[in-house]
Design a protein around this ligand. Structure first.
Ligand SMILES: [Zn+2]
Ligand SMILES: [Zn+2]
Length: 149
């Protein structure tokens, strides 16, 4: 898969009121172990599939999507976290520091295979019982501002 590969993913929230597709350049998936991603997902990490030049096309429910401006992040960057106001499902996030960037929460996609992460971010906050989850990836970090794994 090259950096210029464009893919489309279908995304829906748990209650089904929100459904959309995102199309863009596949920047591959990561696991993020930062405290805010743990809280946002209610889990041990966020599994984020990242796109460049992504376009969101809503099938339904755009009015149910709310944005939380998360300014107290480990990266010190303002992250815009989007979720369904009816069921609370986290859907995607954007960084105000990076143009043409979107990260879809992989668990919200309808793709059954789910993309294996190529990087682990904020790995110092990773729980010790989580094994090595990184897939094979020989290239540079998908974004130059990523902390090194
Ligand atoms: Zn919902
Ligand atoms: Zn995070």
């Amino acid at each position: 898969m090259t950096e210029d590969t464009r893919i489309t993913r279908s995304v829906r929230c748990n209650c089904g009121k929100v459904s959309f597709t995102v199309t863009g350049i596949d920047k591959l998936a990561v696991h993020c172990y930062c405290t805010n991603c743990q809280r946002t997902t209610g889990s041990a990490f966020a599994h984020n599939h990242r796109f460049s030049e992504a376009s969101i096309a809503f099938d339904r429910g755009e009015e149910f999507v709310k944005q939380y401006a998360d300014g107290n992040t480990d990266s010190k960057r303002l992250m815009l976290r989007h979720f369904c106001i009816n069921c609370g499902s986290p859907l995607f996030l954007k960084s105000t520091a990076v143009a043409d960037f979107i990260a879809v929460h992989e668990g919200s996609t309808t793709d059954k295979t789910k993309s294996q992460p190529v990087l682990e971010l904020f790995a110092h906050e990773k729980y010790p019982w989580i094994g090595d989850v990184k897939g094979e990836y020989g290239g540079p970090p998908p974004f130059p501002w990523d902390p090194q794994p």
